[in-house]
Design a protein around this ligand. Structure first.
Ligand code: CA
Length: 196
């Protein structure tokens, strides 16, 4: 399994040290950003797997980071903040954060929440992968409706495409003409396949 990387957005040196040492120990890679600006540029440049962020940053509010990142990505974001107010918590979650940990916190708790976040990320990425079907030389991209064989795009009529999807959905099974006709054209009656 590849090493997961985490972006720490925090301006407090002590907390940066505290978190980064723990991440290293758990085998994660990490980047440190000390401002909103740095957070966004490190996010764009490095595509981390998860973000831990503080709300009170020298050049702005961590909420800006949450909104900007969420507009582009599904990655998990955990707010680690000294702000105790319920309102801050609600706003962060509404803006797209996945979780909220109040300072002071126990490292064990933060690490557990990171694991939860990364499991969620794995689910999201698995779902993304399922929009593509591949077997041998054949590749079907359901989202883009593109079919390729050995990397060359194959142009199918809408009916042909529907038949292909039906065959993929039933792969390993033998389908009768009548079954395919019923599924694709919606006819209920028997049709002589010889006349197609
Ligand atoms: Ca701070």
């Amino acid at each position: 399994m590849e090493k997961k990387s985490i972006l720490i957005v925090e301006d407090d040196k002590y907390i940066i040290n505290f978190i980064s040492i723990a991440l290293k120990k758990e085998g994660y890679g990490y980047y440190v950003a000390k401002s909103v600006e740095e957070a966004l540029s490190l996010f764009y440049a490095n595509q981390p797997d998860l973000i831990i962020l503080d709300l009170g940053l020298p050049d702005g509010d961590g909420m800006e980071v949450i909104k900007s990142v969420r507009a582009l990505s599904d990655i998990p974001m955990i707010v680690v903040s000294a702000r105790q107010e319920e309102q801050e918590k609600i706003q962060s979650l509404d803006a797209g954060a996945d979780d909220y940990v109040t300072k002071p916190f126990h490292m064990g708790e933060l690490m557990a929440r990171i694991r939860v976040g990364l499991r969620k990320l794995n689910r999201v990425r698995t779902e993304e992968r399922q929009t593509i079907f591949q077997t041998g030389e054949l590749m079907v991209d359901y989202e883009k409706r593109i079919v390729t064989i050995s990397g060359n795009e194959v142009h199918l009529t809408p009916i042909e495409y529907k038949i292909l999807l039906l065959l993929i959905a039933n792969r390993g099974k033998v389908l009768t003409h009548n079954y395919i006709i019923r599924e694709i054209w919606g006819y209920a009656e028997e049709i002589d396949a010889g006349n197609l």
